[in-house]
Write a protein that binds this ligand. Structure first.
Ligand code: CP
Length: 324
């Protein structure tokens, strides 16, 4: 077997780019047995007992930070949460110095969100602990990509052959990149749809189709992954107004009904209701948005388990308290 496909994960999880279908499937399959732990009365197994994990978040997060913490605690790891505002980063300490000081306290893993593209790889190259990218700039958000893949597979039974359109602010989106890499590797047809101002210059190099009209995209797709308009990364000029954006690009019930297809609708959150997605879609029968959040815990358990040396085929035994 090619060494790249021998283990689903190596030392770190920085991105889904260059991952094989076998690696991705092994991670998703490992997440399956871990789902059940969160449904128990006592949500705890000793899989990562004795491991110390630092959650280092330089940008705001609700879903990713909390679901990593739940995943770690449900696997019995010891966890510490650090945000930039509460650390010596505000005094000018560098990322590497921060990480080396954490290393000096004998940690095992770092889960990091950072505003700079490439920050996760930069850190992974400099510290011996496992590094998990929880989102770096516009680069990748691999665990979001994995939980999106798992949610689509749960609801459609497969990824291969599905037509998945990623809608909205592709330019600023690390979620779009991780989704594109993962979906293409697993054999989906992938498209993006959004205003030309919010598409990357080299969209064609990503190997995806491009739609410039939302109604055409909805007619084509089996699955829509609707992205948040990242207003905090825009300095103006990308869209005329939020109302205009909703009118031209918004995923609305009227548009879904006109398509006459049983579409699956995902959104990584946080949502701008009434902008990229209407509330009656977000809360309606096509939406699997909260399923994505639930799957986020299981996927992150799987990633932590595999980085700690767990074997996919032993995940079932591990969650029953057996040897991982
Ligand atoms: N999907 C996602 O990354 O959400 P948070 O920013 O709340 O973590």
């Amino acid at each position: 077997m090619n060494p790249a496909t021998a283990a689903p994960l190596g030392k770190d999880l920085v991105g889904l780019e260059n991952m094989s279908a076998e690696q991705l499937t092994a991670i998703l399959d490992t997440a399956e047995p871990f789902k059940e732990i969160s449904e128990r009365r006592i949500k705890k197994v000793p899989v990562l007992r004795g491991k110390t994990i630092v959650n280092l978040f330089f940008e705001a997060s609700t879903r990713t930070r909390i679901s990593f913490e739940f995943a770690e605690k449900r696997l019995s790891a010891d966890t510490v949460n650090i945000s930039a505002s509460g650390s010596s980063v505000v005094k000018g300490e560098t990322l590497v110095d921060t990480a080396r000081n954490l290393e000096a306290m004998r940690i095992d893993m770092v889960v990091m969100r950072h505003g700079a593209s490439g920050a996760a790889q930069f850190l992974a190259d400099r510290i011996p602990s496992n590094v998990v990218n929880a989102g770096d700039g516009r680069h990748e958000h691999p665990t979001q990509g994995l939980l999106d893949l798992l949610t689509i597979r749960d609801h459609r039974g497969k990824i291969e052959g599905l037509k998945v359109c990623i809608v909205g602010d592709i330019l600023h989106s690390r979620v779009a990149r991780s989704n594109i890499y993962g979906l293409l590797a697993l054999g989906a047809e992938v498209a993006v749809c959004g205003p030309p101002t919010l598409l990357p210059v080299a969209t064609d190099e990503l190997g995806v189709q491009v739609f410039t009209h939302i109604d055409d995209a909805i007619r084509w797709a089996d699955v829509l992954n609707v992205l948040r308009l990242q207003l905090e990364r825009m300095e103006g000029g990308y869209v005329p107004s939020l109302r205009e954006y909703n009118r031209v690009w918004g995923v609305t019930n009227a548009r879904l009904e006109a398509a006459e297809r049983d579409l699956l609708v995902l959104h990584p959150g946080p949502m701008n209701r009434g902008v990229e997605i209407d509330s009656d879609v977000a809360d309606g029968p096509h939406s699997v948005i909260l399923n994505q959040v639930t799957n986020g815990v299981a996927v992150r358990m799987a990633v932590l388990y595999l980085l700690a040396g767990g074997q996919p085929e032993r995940a079932e035994a591990a969650k029953e308290g057996g040897e991982g």
